[in-house]
Design a protein around this ligand. Structure first.
Ligand code: IPM
Ligand code: MN
Length: 360
């Protein structure tokens, strides 16, 4: 298969983890006779520095001309600590999601048997957890009208959803549930928010078309508690933009590190694959960033194009690296000399040497 992939490494650890994914995808292309081409463009703080724009037109054009986008991470402390900054790196990512219509962000969360002791949660609570979070990505409070009063003392962000925005991601969540344990949990705050009450109504109506899938409702405060009390109760979690952002970071504690969580952002036309972690500025250039979230995002890219065998091989390599403790310090207390590159190299070697008994 021929795939043109736009690579947007972004800020902080973005470039170093994305490099590992490219390496792994190149190995896959070689072994399975595919032709993957990679074209890189600027986004985020780096794009503000170079072009005075967190999402230059050239970057957006490249994304629109490619089959898929591999995204690194975004954000820089100089903006985090300056609430008056008018141009912010995050605007680049948000505009990209909006312009490409990437309305559904899919975030798989699972507990690896080999990493059960890495989570601060008890093993019997997390073992067997397998959740797929469907986070709405182009609506809600992230994109509603913003206002700051002239004296700078009153601010507001509007949380708005339309029936259509809710329906389209709900269908994706129910379709996914049909291939899994057939349960969807809608996370909302319908006891307080009008927008959440619309979610309940619309999701309830869509659910009528999926009689073999159970629908549950949970208020977000309770869901936050249930996520660490009994995560195994969840199969597909469906939720709006900001609740999904928060609950997925919380869920990453189950896997043992946020450095393991991948995601796919999809719409009707484009698809982007991004780790859920941020730019981790303190780690930049130190070789300690975990590349697994990015590499697993690359497997989601392959699955998106039906390349399941290829994706499976990468997952096998990842499992093996975790088993052998060829891991970065976030999940490895023993060998802190295992760098980002070394994890990528191991996974690349595993793919290139399928018959190597030392590996398999
Ligand atoms: C994420 C990130 C982004 C978000 C930021 C960087 C804008 O936290 O992808 O989860 O809030 O969506
Ligand atoms: Mn987030």
């Amino acid at each position: 298969m021929k795939l043109n992939i736009a690579v947007l490494p972004g800020d902080g650890i973005g470039p170093e983890v994305t490099n590992q994914s490219i390496k792994v995808l190149k190995a896959i292309a070689l072994m399975f006779d595919h032709k993957f081409t990679f074209k890189t463009a600027d986004v985020g703080a780096v794009a503000i520095d170079r072009h005075n724009n967190p999402l230059p037109d050239a970057t957006l054009d490249l994304c629109k001309s490619c089959d898929a986008i591999l995204f690194g991470s975004i954000g820089h402390p100089k903006y985090d600590n300056d609430p008056t900054a008018k141009v912010r790196p995050e605007q680049g990512l948000l505009k990209l999601r909006k312009e490409l219509g990437l309305f559904a962000n899919i975030r798989p969360v699972k507990a690896y048997d080999t990493l059960l002791d890495k989570s601060p949660l008890k093993q019997n609570i997390i073992q067997g957890t397998d959740i797929s979070i469907y986070r709405e990505l182009t609506g809600g409070i992230y994109f509603g009208e913003k206002h700051l009063s002239e004296d700078g003392n009153v601010a507001s962000d509007l949380c708005e959803y339309s029936r259509e925005e809710i329906e389209r991601i709900t269908h994706l969540a129910f379709k996914a549930a049909k291939t899994r344990s057939r349960k969807v949990t809608l996370v909302d705050k319908a006891n307080v928010l009008e927008s959440s009450r619309l979610w309940r109504k619309v999701v309830g109506e869509v659910a009528e078309q999926y009689k073999d899938v159970t629908l549950d409702f949970l208020f977000v405060d309770n869901a936050a508690m249930q996520m660490i009390l009994n995560p195994k109760q969840f199969d597909v979690i469906l939720t709006e933009n900001m609740f999904g952002d928060i609950i997925s970071d919380e869920a990453s504690v189950i896997g043992g590190s946020i450095g393991l969580l991948a995601s796919a952002s999809v719409g009707n036309k484009y698809a982007m694959f991004e780790p859920i972690h941020g730019s981790f500025p303190q780690a930049t250039g130190k070789g300690i960033a975990n590349p697994i979230a990015s590499i697993l995002s690359a497997t989601m890219l392959l699955e998106h194009f039906g390349l399941f065998e290829e994706a499976e091989l990468i997952k096998e390599a990842v499992d093996k690296s975790l088993k052998l403790n060829i891991s970065t310090p976030d999940i490895n207390s023993k060998y802190d000399n295992v760098t980002t590159d070394k994890v990528g190299d191991f996974i690349e070697d595993f793919i290139l040497n399928p018959n190597d008994t030392n590996m398999n």
